[in-house]
Design a binder for this molecule. Structure first.
Ligand code: CA
Length: 224
């Protein structure tokens, strides 16, 4: 998952980021409320971890703005406060869950899992494009019903292509959304990954499902 951490305490932010990265999530940090709001508007995050007391804009306002801007993914509020009225305020502003500092990292992970399950159940956990099928809950991908053996990165790459099936995605879009970084334009990392993926999906006919659009990027056939 692609997760945004909006937290001004640098130690806590880097502790969460490190832990999430170890769990194969992609985590970005914003140290100010207004900065976090802007990052959320420009990227497709699957979940936001939001501190309550923030410079720039407080957590409650950030949460309200996110919901006003139609951000529908889970928001987990983080705070040192443990007062009932703060929890109520947080949830009323559009947060899905609440975690009081200090917390054990395991608990944060459990909350994230629960929130993403809830979110997937509401938006459907299965992606389909032609004969490709991907179950985001069980982390399985199939082609003509046959299970594909994908690495974590290959799975993330295929998920991104499937979410954008039928549309051209550029290498920049892929590097930003799947790797969360911008590769130098002359590296061929993405092409290598795409080729691995092609061979795993359809070794007989690797160029059929993921097509190269010369000078632009790639498009996954949506089978329609
Ligand atoms: Ca804070």
């Amino acid at each position: 998952m692609k997760i945004l951490i909006i937290e001004d305490e640098k130690k806590i932010a880097s502790f969460i980021k490190r832990g999430l990265t170890e769990e194969n999530h992609m985590a970005s940090v914003a140290n100010r409320g207004d900065e976090g709001l802007q990052m959320a508007a420009e990227n497709n995050y699957d979940l936001v971890i939001l501190d309550l007391m923030l410079p720039g804009m407080d957590g409650i306002s950030v949460c309200r703005e996110l919901r006003k801007n139609n951000f529908q993914k889970p928001i987990l509020m983080l705070t040192a406060k443990d007062r009932v009225e703060d929890k109520v305020k947080g949830l009323d502003s559009g947060a899905d869950d609440y975690l009081t500092k200090p917390f054990a990292f395991e608990e944060l992970l459990a909350r994230i899992r629960a929130l993403s399950r809830k979110n997937m159940n509401s938006e459907g956990s299965v992606l389909k494009a032609g004969e490709l099928e991907m179950d985001l809950l069980s982390h399985k991908a199939r082609f003509f019903g046959k299970e594909l053996e994908l690495t974590t990165k290959e799975f993330a790459l295929l998920e991104y292509l499937m979410r954008n099936a039928g549309k051209v995605v550029t290498r920049t879009m892929i590097s930003e959304n799947v790797w969360d970084i911008n590769f130098d334009t002359d590296t061929n990392v993405i092409d290598v990954f795409i080729n691995h993926l092609r061979k795993k999906i359809d070794p007989e006919n690797p160029l059929r499902i993921i097509k190269t659009v010369r000078g632009k990027g790639y498009v996954l056939e949506n089978g329609r």
